[in-house]
Design a protein around this ligand. Sequence first.
Ligand SMILES: [Zn+2]
Length: 306
Amino acid sequence: MWPLKMSEIPSSTASKMDGKANSLIRKWLGLPRCLSETGLFGRNILQLPLQSISLGYMQEKTRPTDQSVWNANAKVPTGRKWNAQTEVDQAVGRLQHREIVGRVQAGRGGLGWGEAPRFWSKANRKERKEMVVAGVTRMEEDHYKIKAVSQGRQGSWTTWEGVVNRNISWSDLWKIPQARLSFLIRSIYDTLPCPRNLHQWFGNEECCSHCNAPNASLQHISSGCKIVLSQGRYRWRHDQVLRKLAEVLEVCRKGNKEPPSAEDHTSFVSEGGVRRNTRPTETARLFSPDQEWNMRVDLTVLNLNY
Ligand SMILES: [Zn+2]
């Protein structure tokens, strides 16, 4: 971002660079062109560690380099489309308004709970610089949020309730296979090639391959198809894990012994020391031998062949 800060680059050039970079990011992550930049850069239910070049440009242009520039009120040339001074004035206005409003309670925390806000009049010069940049960033994030709410299909996540946000860091981004990451992003913003989307994009008359429902949505394919529900395909993975647990517990119940423990206790001996024979401590047993235990598992077919 340093060359953008120091050079007299208009905001339109930064936007063009942003568009080029966005298309390359979409290609890299295997995302369709119709996915809006809100999905890539917004603070959404799924947050990617990406930042747009335009936002970086705005942050750097509104952050004064040193005290002399701040005092001289030097004009920052940014073209006609976007003005850094106007943006700074708006950010300062918001901060001053926040000070007038005072400390308000947010969320379910008690009164006075949480970190005390920093007010504009009490902040020093360095803090003010950071507050202005944070204010500009917040305004841009608000734009993303407004755009997400206005999008019917890609912004449907704004109406979800009780969903835990997921932040993906750069290390996660390198670890997750590209196809899985692409599926994750496209499933959240409903841009997977499900029959309803194919109908909308290309006019195809596709239907669900199991129940022949016309123009089936992603919700239908992933969790709502009645035929697939009756066949138990959705819970196959869950049942596999449950079956394994049931098998282990059944062996323990019949043989009246404890399940295998993954923990191996290592007794360390200091240099030149002698290994002590320590008796293992008595731990609480899962199945007490003086009770009769019955096995009940929510599986349709349980093959326990012993
Ligand atoms: Zn179906």
